[in-house]
Design a protein around this ligand. Structure first.
Ligand code: HEC
Length: 133
């Protein structure tokens, strides 16, 4: 189950980045993601790798997709909105922990009071990595 979610998350990110996929034929480390063809730049980013594990163990994906609005905003849109803002990581980590509504609509973002500050910041950094503008 956990594996499926990780692959799902990786695929969602990968699908979203379609176009600049590069096959890395030289590497012998065949991870699950690579087997699925995920060799884009993000998959080797340590923030990304940490984040997909945290996401697999949390509930984010019940409400968020990378490229499409679901219950919550598409993460890529979130990234584009806060791109270049110094306070974005702190702000988004606070929001992930505390929840809240009113920025993207009236549906509230679920709070995650038991999530560590470190994990919340990793997720915030991950979301910000998804910007494409
Ligand atoms: C119950 C559904 C739900 C879950 C679960 C959920 N979110 Fe959200 N999320 C939302 C909604 C709805 C919003 C928009 C809130 C608003 O308009 O202020 C949102 C907003 C966000 C934002 C943008 C915040 C802002 O103020 O712009 C980020 C980043 C985010 N979520 C990340 C996450 C992460 C990471 C997780 C998992 C730990 C997660 N969400 C789990 C529904 C959810």
């Amino acid at each position: 189950m956990k594996k499926t979610i990780i692959i799902g998350a990786a695929l969602a990110v990968f699908a979203a980045c379609g176009g600049d996929e590069k096959k890395d034929e030289t590497t012998s480390t065949t991870t699950e993601q690579k087997a699925e063809g995920t060799t884009d730049d993000l998959s080797s980013n340590p923030i990304y790798q940490k984040a997909i594990t945290i996401i697999a163990n949390s509930d984010c994906r019940t409400c968020h997709l990378v490229d499409e609005k679901s219950q919550g905003p598409a993460w890529r849109e979130v990234a584009n909105k806060y791109a270049g803002q110094d306070t974005a990581v702190r702000y988004l980590a606070d929001k992930i922990i505390a929840g809240g509504s009113g920025v993207w609509g009236t549906i509230p973002m679920a709070p995650h009071p038991t999530m560590s500050r470190e994990d919340a910041e990793t997720l915030a950094q991950y979301v910000l990595l998804l910007k494409n503008k």
